[in-house]
Structures are given as structure tokens and as C-alpha cells.
Ligand binder design. Sequence first.
Ligand SMILES: [Zn+2]
Length: 303
Amino acid sequence: MLWWIITTLVMLFYGVSVTKAVGLLKWPRGIQLFNYIDPESWKYNYPICNRYRQSPIDLNPDYFRYVVDSPALKWIGYDDVPDNITIFNNGHTLELSGFWPAPSIPFITGGPLRGEYLFTQLHFHWGEDNTVGSEHTTDGSSYPLEMHMVHWKRTYGSFNEALRHPDGLAVIGLFFEIDEDPERVAPLNMIFDHIGDVREANKKVNVMPFPLTVLDVIGRQFSFMSYMGSLTTPPCLESVIWILSNFVSPVSTSQMVELRKLRLRNNDRRNYRPIQPRNDRKIFFYLNNNGEPKKKQKCEARD
Ligand SMILES: [Zn+2]
């Protein structure tokens, strides 16, 4: 009897350990173990997720500080066609990467940024239906879709090194609202037409290269909100200067339906992190001086 108990305990121990080890081995490098069923629990494996500079936040106009006469946000090289584009279901989102010859990687500069930030990938966040989905909210309101364009600061030499610095990354966040005009939503199909090829987690396809400026908003001048925050997925590193467009882009109901067919890990049906405390952070509203009403151009800071 004692032997049976010992054997069972040993088997249970090894069984669990082996399952854990195999589970970990199945995860490619760089993919984190987390789910969207209980984002509150991320902090137990990734303590930084519980710190004070976390994202997303609610972009509450009561806390805006209006910025005028700042250098414009400049988009350089986004018109160039990359050598290669891949679209990847990484189990948490749909991700697009482009590969340009080294000297011509697109970058952003200006606005709140000191230095040049090189584009590395863009991806999406969405929800179970069109009433939710964006990570950031504006005055408490959600959008069905939010796109993130991730950039890293050139002077840090690599993306991984940039992650270690409080100004290492600049992420442009673009909001989408439902629009059923086929012509207006067509550019997004350059990406979404490939969802069927990457429906399962870990699938990746190469697609016909196109310049990122096919999406109308990319390369444009717009008013935007900016604050210091974090990655919105574990390990939640606090290295992101956020730039959130005040210009909302179009997406159709059928495009959202197609995106929701993507199979995510843990059977996640959504991939947006709930809003985090703003704490004492300031949200800077950068006015695009071409067309913004003059009367808005004053400091309305509450804090
Ligand atoms: Zn994101």
C-alpha cells in the first residue's frame, strides 16, 4: 500500500512536471504565457503588471494638457514598399511585420519624441462584439478595434535593449469605428484578407509587399494624445511613449466578424487589457494646427 502511494505520488509529480515542461517547450521564444480570461492575475507571474505606469488608461479630457507649437510628428519612409511582409497569428493577436533594407526602415520622430523610432510591427486588439475591443478608452468610451504600431528608439541599437529604457518604445495607437462604406474600409483588407491563412495560433504567411501608407491614417498629420505607459501584455514593461490618434479610422462589421474568427490561445475571445489607474500621469493633447479650432488652443490642465 505504502509503495502504491509512493509510486502514485512520484508519477503525479513527474506527470505534472513533464506536462509543464512540454507545455513550455511548445511555446516559441518570445511568446508569453498569459490569457485574457483573468488579466488581473498577470501580476502574479509578471509583477511589473502591478506597477504605477501601466497601460492602457482612459483618455479623460479632464486631465488633458494641450500642447501647441510642438514639432509635428513626422513619418519617414512609410511610403516605401518593403522587401517582404509577414502576417502572423501569435496566439494573442494578428501581427504584421515588414522587412526593409536596413537604411530604409520606416521611422517616426517629432511630436513628443526625442530621436528616431524604428517601426517593427503592428497588431490589433478587439473584443467579443462591437461595443468593446479597444484597450484605451476615450472619456470612458470603447471602440471595436485598436491598432498598435510598435517602434523602438534607434539609439538603443535593438528592440530588446530599447525595452529596458523608459523611453525605449513609441507605440502609435489608432482607433477604429464601424463604417459600412466598402471603399473606405477596403485598405484594411490588404491585411485582413489573409486572416483565413493564419486562423490557427502560430501560423504565419508571407504576403505580397505593400507600403504601410495604404492605410489612410498612416503618414498623416493628426491631433493625438500622448502619455508615458507600458506594454499592454506581459511582462508589462514600462518603456512606452504612447501616441494615440484623435483621428478615427473605418472598419466594417464583416471585417470585425472575420477578425474574431482568428483562434487565439486559451480560447480567448478578446485580447484587450482593461484600463489601468492613471495615477498622477499627465496626458498631453498635441493639436494638429492644420484645422483644429483655435479656441481649443489653451491649457486646460486640472493637475
Ligand atoms: Zn498592442
